[in-house]
Design a protein around this ligand. Structure first.
Ligand code: PLP
Length: 356
């Protein structure tokens, strides 16, 4: 039976990423050696990093003056690396979910954190609006897509201070005006590559302005200077990321991706709203994530949750169980998830409704 992969992360990747990476695991760049066995300083692998960096810049339209880095440690290490490198006294944060809360906690290690707004009062089911970003903050931190709760900031906000964004789960899902951001980071395992590599896009001139000492490995300047090769980078995930970037380019880039992503999300949200057995968890349509679609059983059908879970699994739907802090279901519709998989899920929801 065909499996439809709705996992939230690690998650579905383009078939070409899986195929090309598995080929390179056996024979990398015609060297007669596995990708796992070759020096990261071999000219063949340096070419991989160079091409991945160039495609990052091309696909996202990254202007001059920014660096693209491939690091270890996950998005979670960025929660502390950002304040380590950028916070002198005070930073502002928008609290839109569990990942944002974790970033806030790390920020507090280094100084004063001003949480300008939070949606925690309603279990993070909306994006706060109308908040004021303090002009004396060293930066303003947002999480553009809240993977767990299924909300998303769909546009590039304006900020009077350097804007920092965790884009772990919506990078490459839409065009982004990079010039509005000072730093963008994310774990690659949602929309780009297998787990193990973290991407950072950083505006070079925001660095070097803090007074504290920064350990070498945690200083962005080390990795800019070393071109992501200061130490051994995660070779296999970077290779896989390159395959996804090539696929993205072939598919027509992020503008094309956005069109397909809107189509996929509309189809599923439409069914959730129409189907008598389900309801969405995010009331405001404009706040709903295109990447992680959360839904629960309608009140009259609450007792059927487990049954639907089993039914959907029996039809090849994988990874739709909601995060424990929301319950219900979450279908992640990352770039690589085909439209047909959403159609298949919708058909399963309709079949379940018919039988009740
Ligand atoms: C998954 C995720 C993280 C955590 O990423 P790690 O690489 O596991 O540290 C952080 N932020 C967001 C928005 C995520 O989706």
């Amino acid at each position: 039976m065909k499996k439809h992969n709705f996992f939230a992360g690690p998650s579905i990747l383009p078939q070409s990423t899986v195929d090309n990476t598995s080929k390179a695991i056996h024979d990398f760049a015609g060297m007669g050696l596995s990708l796992m066995e070759v020096s990261h300083r071999s000219k063949q692998f340096i070419a991989v990093v160079d091409e991945a960096t160039a495609l990052f810049k091309e696909l996202l339209g990254i202007p001059e003056g920014y660096s693209v880095l491939f690091l270890g440690g996950g998005a979670s290490l960025q929660f502390c690396m950002v304040p380590f490198n950028l916070m002198n006294k005070k930073a502002a944060y928008l609290n839109t979910g569990e990942w944002a809360s974790k970033a806030i906690k790390e920020g507090k290690v280094f100084g004063e954190v001003d949480v300008v707004a939070s949606s925690e009062d309603k279990n993070f089911n909306y994006i706060p609006k109308g908040y004021v970003i303090p002009a004396d903050a060293d930066y303003f931190h947002i999480t553009t897509n809240n993977t767990i709760f299924g909300t998303e900031i769909h546009h590039d906000i304006e900020s009077p201070v350097p804007l920092v964004a965790d884009m772990s789960s919506d990078i490459f899902s839409r065009p982004v005006d990079i010039s509005r951001y000072a730093l963008i980071y994310g774990g690659a395992q949602k929309n780009l590559a297998p787990a193990g590599v973290t991407f950072v896009i950083v505006k070079n001139d925001i660095l070097g302005k803090v007074d504290r000492k920064i350990p070498t490995m945690l200083d962005y300047r080390t990795h800019i200077k070393g071109e992501s090769m200061f130490n051994t980078p995660p070779v296999v995930p970077i290779y896989a990321a390159l395959q996804t970037l090539r696929w993205l380019k072939e598919m027509g880039g992020v503008a094309e991706m956005q069109k397909i992503n809107i189509k996929k999300a509309n189809l599923l949200y439409g069914e959730i709203e129409r189907n008598k057995m389900f309801k969405p968890t995010i009331p405001a349509r404009e706040d709903r994530s295109l990447m992680n679609v959360c839904f629960v059983m309608n009140d009259d059908y609450a007792q059927f949750e487990e049954e639907f879970d089993k039914f959907a699994s029996s039809k090849g739907m994988v990874g739709i169980k909601g995060h424990r802090s929301v319950g219900g279901f979450r279908a992640s519709l990352y770039n690589a998830l085909p439209y047909e998989s959403v159609e298949a899920l919708v058909a399963v929801m309709q079949e379940f409704e018919m039988s009740h």
